[in-house]
Design a binder for this molecule. Structure first.
Ligand code: THU
Length: 131
């Protein structure tokens, strides 16, 4: 069964700008309102300036006025489901609780399900800045 979140991630992946890696990624996140925000990776000839799909989806959510995400779906055309990079795990944790379900997928239909907490154990958070 194709979910709305999966479809959004698969569709936005088509728009990825990935001429350097040839690795297109799509991400979709659900905000607390139920709305879906999608993002794709946007690479740059100055390689470090490229951005991940997850970062694009988060930016769309925040731009729309939402600050809490409840579900994440990431998809790539690889054999193995793509997992968010370390930086994106931290970015997602800024707006999502540890029990938020993260589905990592391939365009071929393989899915791996985890949570934000499992993907980023011991995450640095606001509590670490107290005192
Ligand atoms: N990439 C993402 O957009 N999300 C991920 O979860 C993993 C990696 C992108 C970054 C770069 O454009 C390409 O995939 C290869 O690393």
């Amino acid at each position: 069964m194709t979910t709305d979140l999966q479809k959004a991630a698969v569709d936005v992946r088509e728009n990825a700008h990935a001429p350097y890696s040839n690795f297109k990624v799509g991400a979709a996140i659900r905000g607390q309102s139920g709305a879906i925000y999608a993002g794709c990776n946007v690479e740059n000839v100055a390689y470090p300036q490229g951005t991940c799909a997850e970062a694009g989806a988060i930016a769309a959510m925040v731009a729309a006025g939402e600050k809490i995400l409840t579900e994440v779906y990431v998809v790539a055309g690889s054999e193995m489901p793509v997992t968010p990079c370390g930086g994106c795990r931290q970015k997602l944790a800024e707006f999502g609780a540890g029990d938020v379900v993260v589905t990592m997928a391939t365009t071929g239909g393989v899915e791996q399900v985890s949570t934000l907490g499992a993907l980023l154990p011991g995450a640095f958070g606001p509590a670490h800045m107290e005192g």
